[in-house]
Design a protein around this ligand. Structure first.
Ligand code: AMP
Length: 225
């Protein structure tokens, strides 16, 4: 494995700002961005078999079955553009997914560099997600915290901003329940492997980003020693 290869996992509840941090990290490092939620939404929009299978789970805020998600995520991290590093956002979300990732990484002779936990309290998440709006291309805004220049329109391509079906309040609560039940055990899982780094997601996106960068710089220095 290249000593400079960065293989990162973003962990945290829905609405913690993982997507925003991912955008910034991709400006800092040449990382392939692997967001299983985006991949599943795209498949759903295109009406593929995978998309149809995933749709009913996604619409009610449930997790898509492990075998479906593991297949697409593991294939993606082996693509050419992910060879020098990747940033996983929204995967793994269960212990079996994390086990499958560990096994695949061992087979490939690669390793996870760090797991970045961006944590935020549930009440704050509900506030954030209910104001979240997205453009057709997936650019994210918030009606109060990060509004577009013209209400309801994307700054970049001018398309109309919409609320994701699974950002509606009852679905958000279901997603949070799922997070605590199925995904939060991964915090201990990666802590035990010595990979977990915690970030306070209630801070501003700039502060969280600065903190992540500082942490990654330290990790890379340690790697070079
Ligand atoms: P996200 O955009 O990451 O919030 O994902 C949106 C939805 O896609 C989730 O609520 C799940 O239904 C599904 N999904 C995305 N990633 C996974 C995963 N790793 N495991 C199971 N379901 C997933």
């Amino acid at each position: 494995m290249s000593p400079l290869e960065l293989n990162l996992i973003l962990l945290g509840p829905p609405g913690a700002g993982k997507g925003t941090q991912a955008e910034r990290l991709r400006e800092d490092f040449p990382l392939a961005y692997v967001a299983t939620g985006d991949m599943l939404r795209e498949a759903r929009n295109q009406g593929t078999e995978l998309g149809l299978k995933a749709q009913e789970f996604m619409d009610r805020g449930d997790l898509v079955p492990d075998e479906v998600v593991i297949g697409i995520a593991l294939e993606r991290i082996q693509a050419d553009d992910a060879r020098d590093g990747f940033l996983l956002d929204g995967f793994p979300r269960t212990v079996p997914q994390a086990d499958a990732l560990d096994a695949a990484m061992a087979d490939l002779g690669r390793r996870i560099t760090a797991v970045l936990l961006v944590d935020v309290a549930d009440e704050e998440i509900v506030r954030r997600i209910s104001g979240r709006r997205v453009s057709k291309a997936g650019r994210t805004y918030h009606v109060d915290y990060d509004p577009p220049k013209h209400a309801g329109r994307c700054d970049v391509d001018g398309t109309q901003l919409v609320q994701r079906e699974d950002d509606k309040p009852d679905v958000v609560l279901a997603r949070l329940r799922k997070y605590h039940e199925a995904t939060s055990p991964l915090i201990d899982y990666y802590e035990r492997q010595g990979l977990l780094r915690r970030f306070d997601g209630s801070r501003s996106p700039v502060e969280v980003h600065d903190h992540i960068r500082a942490t990654l710089a330290t990790l890379r220095l340690e790697d070079e020693l």
